[in-house]
Design a binder for this molecule. Structure first.
Ligand SMILES: C[S@@+](CC[C@H](N)C(=O)[O-])C[C@H]1O[C@@H](n2cnc3c(N)ncnc32)[C@H](O)[C@@H]1O
Length: 242
């Protein structure tokens, strides 16, 4: 299935050569309808308590030396670069369909002096891009809340297929919003990314989708309250046997 189901908000049309508006990309860009990719890192630092949940996600991923880690929807590469720094013995791959964020990610990795392999691809192509059954760990942060339901399902299916049996999935994203305060703050994200794709996350849909994709031991490991709603950390495992 094409992973490019139309996202909730219409991303800004990019002018094509000759001045006519280009088709919108088949994914929601990093900062949703705001566009401003160059401001993405600053916005995430300011509005998501990034230090807390990224550190927790890096710890949760914990690949063994020789492991193969894939960052699904890697964006500007912050997580992939941190993973490679924390676990230099693992091979780290970043996958994202947006060349604009990948350009920032490449510069970030070069500045940090770390070797990450970047792939420009939609997430449902993960098994084809990194090899079916090859990854020991798939991580993803702040991607699923921006995706339509069929794409959320396709991404979990792709993560499952890319993982080797026994491999780990670790996800940080806006999840079930448990209090009126967090639900209210999450409306900021909904204004940026649209209600259609984000509401299922706020209702707690992610763990069930992981189970539907075949994952075992699905658990919400932490919940981080932020100025834009709570971010949940999930772990799951591809079972050893089919
Ligand atoms: C909010 S950004 C998060 C970026 C990064 N993971 C982080 O933690 O900063 C969401 C990213 O998901 C990417 N994305 C959107 N739809 C996708 C899809 N179907 N497959 C893979 N990546 C996708 C976007 O291009 C964007 O870079």
């Amino acid at each position: 299935m094409p992973n490019g189901s139309p996202p909730g908000p219409p991303p800004p049309a990019r002018p094509a050569a000759g001045g006519a508006p280009a088709d919108p990309p088949p994914f929601t860009p990093a900062l949703g309808r705001l566009g401003w990719t160059a401001a993405y890192d600053a916005a995430i630092a300011l509005f998501t308590r990034e230090r807390w949940w990224r550190a927790a996600l890096v710890a949760l991923a914990a690949p063994q030396p020789g492991g193969v880690v894939v960052d699904l929807g890697c964006g500007t590469g912050t997580l992939a670069v941190r993973l490679k720094r924390a676990y230099p013995g693992a091979a780290v791959h970043g996958v994202d369909p947006d060349p604009a964020v990948l350009a920032i990610a490449r510069r970030k990795a070069a500045r940090a002096g770390v070797d990450v392999t970047w792939h420009e691809a939609m997430g449902d192509r993960l098994p084809e891009v990194v090899g079916a059954g090859r990854a020991t760990t798939v991580v993803s942060s702040l991607v699923f809340h921006q995706c339509p339901m069929p794409v959320k399902r396709a991404l979990f299916a792709a993560a499952f297929a890319a993982l080797r049996p026994g491999g780990t999935l670790a996800v940080a994203d806006y999840g079930l919003q448990r209090t009126r305060l967090m639900r209210g703050l999450f409306r900021i994200i909904q204004a940026v990314d649209g209600a259609a794709d984000t509401t299922p996350n706020a209702r707690g849909v992610l763990p069930g989708l992981m189970r539907d994709a075949g994952f075992a031991d699905v658990a919400e490991r932490d919940v981080v309250p932020t100025p834009t709603g709570s971010i949940s950390l999930y772990s799951a495992r591809r079972p050893d046997t089919p």
